[in-house]
Design a protein around this ligand. Structure first.
Ligand code: IPE
Ligand code: IPE
Ligand code: MG
Length: 261
């Protein structure tokens, strides 16, 4: 956790009535924040626009959120961008999203350099169009030596597929003798998930008011605090992020133990 307080105060200088930076304990910023970015389609439809316009507008929210997390000293930010179920959408929307992922990543690489952000992906990338995959690989290569915040983009991600893949890998290792049955542990499973090496999220944010996980990080969210906002993803901003952190800091995390304060 590392933050520049002057820069942060300037970033949060235009006051809001209901929230201010002074309400936040900067020593207790969640280390890993994860976001289900939802509501792009409804945001657009309510404005009489095509759903795709909502996805394009959502890019601005994501850019702002990356900056916000860096400023606040978040160690890892993961975001759900495309689920294994999202292939069911009209081909036109899927194509647009795949194109948007690639063009956005190219455009935002300077920001990743400037903010020292390291990129990773969660999900099965092999099913992605070649062009998208090529850009993703470039993003990985160019940010590999960055030492700041880790930014994980979940694309073609599904938690059940992820756990199934881990189970298969363990079965294979046990069958070959590389792993003994006694070594099939929680760690053995965690280390075979796409999130291997990332701490479990401390805070999960879902926008658009939906109260479900939609196949996201089922294993990793075991003790994560949830914050759901009715705001659609394109309306999410640094202030809403601060409200989420304030809510997180008001919770008493017990991890199954007893109340600590
Ligand atoms: C989230 O917004 C973006 C993706 C799932 C790719 P949606 O596209 O799900 O927007 P709504 O939920 O239909 O409003
Ligand atoms: C979850 O949102 C997936 C992403 C945000 C990428 P969906 O919009 O696909 O979820 P459901 O269908 O409402 O559960
Ligand atoms: Mg949705």
């Amino acid at each position: 956790m590392d933050f520049d307080s002057k820069k942060l105060e300037a970033y949060y200088s235009d006051a809001r009535e209901d929230i201010s930076l002074s309400e936040i304990d900067l020593d207790r910023i969640p280390s890993h924040v994860s976001i289900i970015m939802d509501g792009n389609g409804r945001w657009a439809q309510e404005r009489g626009l095509d759903r795709s316009r909502g996805h394009v507008a959502g890019v601005d929210s994501l850019r702002e959120t990356v900056t916000t997390c860096v400023r606040l000293g978040v160690d890892a930010l993961s975001v759900y961008a495309f689920s294994t179920e999202n292939w069911k959408r009209p081909q036109r929307e899927v194509n647009l999203l795949m194109h948007l992922f690639a063009t956005t990543l190219v455009k935002e690489l300077p920001l990743f350099h400037q903010e020292n952000v390291r990129l990773r992906f969660l999900g099965d990338l092999e099913a992605l169009p070649k062009e998208t995959l090529k850009v993703f690989q470039r993003g990985l290569d160019e940010t590999a030596d960055h030492t700041g915040m880790e930014f994980a983009l979940a694309v073609n991600y599904g938690s059940r597929a992820e756990i199934t893949r881990a189970a298969r890998s363990i079965a294979q290792d046990v069958a070959s003798g590389a792993l003994s049955l006694d070594d099939v542990s929680e760690e053995a499973i965690s280390s075979r998930l796409y999130t291997s090496g990332l701490p479990d999220p401390d805070l999960l944010i879902r926008t658009s008011g939906e109260l479900r996980l939609s196949n996201y990080l089922l294993w990793q969210l075991a003790y994560t605090e949830f914050y759901v906002t009715p705001k659609y993803w394109p309306d999410f901003d640094r202030w809403e992020f601060l409200r989420a952190v304030r809510a997180f800091q008001s919770r008493n995390r017990r991890f199954g133990g007893v109340v600590s304060k």
